[in-house]
Design a protein around this ligand. Structure first.
Ligand SMILES: [Zn+2]
Length: 95
């Protein structure tokens, strides 16, 4: 029976990596060496499959973070426009 691995993500450094499936839910990050409990399993498969999946996930999470930042900035800018108070109704801010 071939060895089954799972894809996990370190809560400390957010590194996706493959880990051998075992009974214990404890694992150690191979990047920052933090010992932790398995919180979420992103997938299972052979060593190669898990390595590829980990790569894809880390690439995707970088993209998502970038997108999130952008939309957040855009939303803040939009909200800023909404906050414009009509001059006759606005409470003077001491300008
Ligand atoms: Zn780590």
């Amino acid at each position: 029976m071939p060895q089954v691995l799972r894809v996990v993500c370190c809560f400390q450094c957010r590194q996706f990596q493959s880990d051998i499936v075992k009974k214990s839910t404890k694992w150690t990050c191979n990047r920052c060496n933090t010992k932790q409990t398995l919180r979420k399993e992103y997938g299972r498969g052979s060593g190669l499959e898990c390595r590829l999946l980990a790569q894809q996930l880390s690439a995707k999470s970088c993209e998502t973070e970038g997108l999130l930042d952008q939309t957040l900035i855009e939303r803040l800018l939009l909200e800023d426009d909404d906050f414009e108070i009509p001059p006759d109704e606005g409470v003077g801010t001491g300008r």
